[in-house]
Design a protein around this ligand. Structure first.
Ligand code: LMR
Length: 395
């Protein structure tokens, strides 16, 4: 049976990390996966996470099964983090399961949708995260795209986006990035979000909001504005969130899939289907990451420390945006790259050609996703000059 298999290409994002690790050039730079790095190129465990781990080791009483929804306390606290004091929580209309990372949340959302409406169509932005298409296709959905990014003017193409959303058939599904759009870094502003929410309500499509970078844009509440607004506007929606980036818990695989129904009775039915989807998939989520997040969110002291550490990561990335623009100018690049400072979150789209991306990798050991997405977190004061010089050379 296995002899029928054909070799597949490496994953466009994870495959880069493998190549980067194997590269022996001392000047190599990893701008591939969306993983935070400090000035020394390290991804250390957050101090608040270390403290939560010490507490967990001391207090953990059992490793017995938790059930398909995972930790109830985590689910409650992540709802508060994502939605604040929202009506959908007070009205008991939301059901959350903790999932193996944000990708796990998306896959569960896809399979949940497929059990409601087999083969439903989900519309994703063009461009979108390189794995969205694969995850939703694997869950049995049909994937279509709506316009999002204006490649020429390096900004959001809002008129085309909103016009396309108005044409989406009722009961189709639309994937939206809550903040820090991956890969473009360009987000709708508050007024544009209001328009998107109004269209979702009028048209009747199901919004699935992917929030993988809460806290990396303007702040925790600011970044969740779109989610809370959408939950105000529509009766039903799905939120997929991740603790990989904001808690630095990448390898622990902790995220959440939250489904909002029109009332508490509908939400109970949703829960029964959600639990079944999880049970036949991986039975139940890993517990460690959830325990750390619930400990941090349940402690004023650890939460304050986490807010500080998150702000530090956000500020460092924003500083590196400006530094790269300055270094490009210093190195004689005349093309306007100032758009880099107007983008949010971990990523920027450089807008260079696939050949130039390839040359950066082959000649300069600079690893960038093929779409010319760079993870700004991989830039530091010590490599920015080499990076700018290399970009200048390939331009
Ligand atoms: C990314 O977009 O680089 C991250 O979300 C990591 C991943 O899993 O692709």
């Amino acid at each position: 049976m296995f002899s029928e298999l054909k070799q597949l290409p490496p994953d466009p994002i994870l495959g880069l990390s493998v190549k980067y690790k194997a590269d022996t050039n001392p000047n190599k730079i990893d701008l591939g996966a969306g993983v935070y790095k400090d000035e020394d190129g390290q991804t250390p465990v957050l101090a608040c996470v270390k403290k939560a781990e010490t507490l967990r080791t001391a207090n953990e009483a059992s490793k017995a099964y938790l059930g398909s929804a995972g930790s109830a306390l985590f689910n409650e606290r992540i709802n508060q983090l994502n939605l604040g004091d929202h009506n959908v929580i007070r009205e008991n209309r939301i059901r959350t399961v903790s999932t193996p990372g944000g990708t796990g949340a998306l896959r569960i959302a896809g399979e949940f949708i497929n059990s409601c409406r087999p083969g439903a169509t989900i519309w994703v932005s063009n461009p979108t995260w390189a794995n969205h298409q694969g995850v939703f296709t694997a869950a049995g959905l049909k994937v279509e795209t709506y316009p999002y990014y204006d490649y020429e003017n390096k900004c959001l193409d809002f008129p085309s986006m909103i016009a396309a959303l108005k044409q989406i058939p009722k009961d189709d599904v639309v994937l939206l990035h809550a903040c820090c759009h991956n890969p473009s870094g360009m987000d709708p502003n508050a007024e544009q979000w209001q328009e998107i929410a109004a269209v979702a309500k009028d048209v009747g499509f199901l919004p699935v909001v992917d929030m993988a970078y809460q806290g990396f844009g303007a702040g925790l509440d600011e970044d969740a504005y779109s989610v809370r607004l959408m939950a105000d506007a529509v009766d039903e929606m799905i939120l997929c969130s991740s603790c990989s980036k904001n808690f630095g818990l990448y390898r622990e695989r902790i995220g959440a899939c939250s489904i909002i129904g029109k009332d508490a009775t509908a939400a109970d039915i949703i829960q029964s289907v959600l639990l079944r989807v999880v049970r036949v998939n991986y039975s139940m989520p890993p517990a460690h990451g959830a325990a750390l997040v619930e400990t941090i969110l349940g402690s004023d002291e650890l939460s304050a420390e986490w807010h500080g550490e998150l702000a530090e990561m956000r500020d460092r990335i924003n500083g590196m945006r400006q530094l790269l623009v300055d270094k490009l100018t210093e190195n004689g690049v005349t093309r306007d790259f100032s758009f880099i400072t107007r983008q949010n979150g971990m990523f920027s789209f450089l807008g260079i050609t696939p050949e130039q991306v390839q040359r950066l990798q082959e000649e300069y050991s600079i690893y960038i996703v093929g779409s010319s997405r760079i993870s700004i977190a991989g830039i530091s004061p010590s490599n920015a000059d080499y990076l700018a010089k290399s970009i200048a050379a390939v331009l």
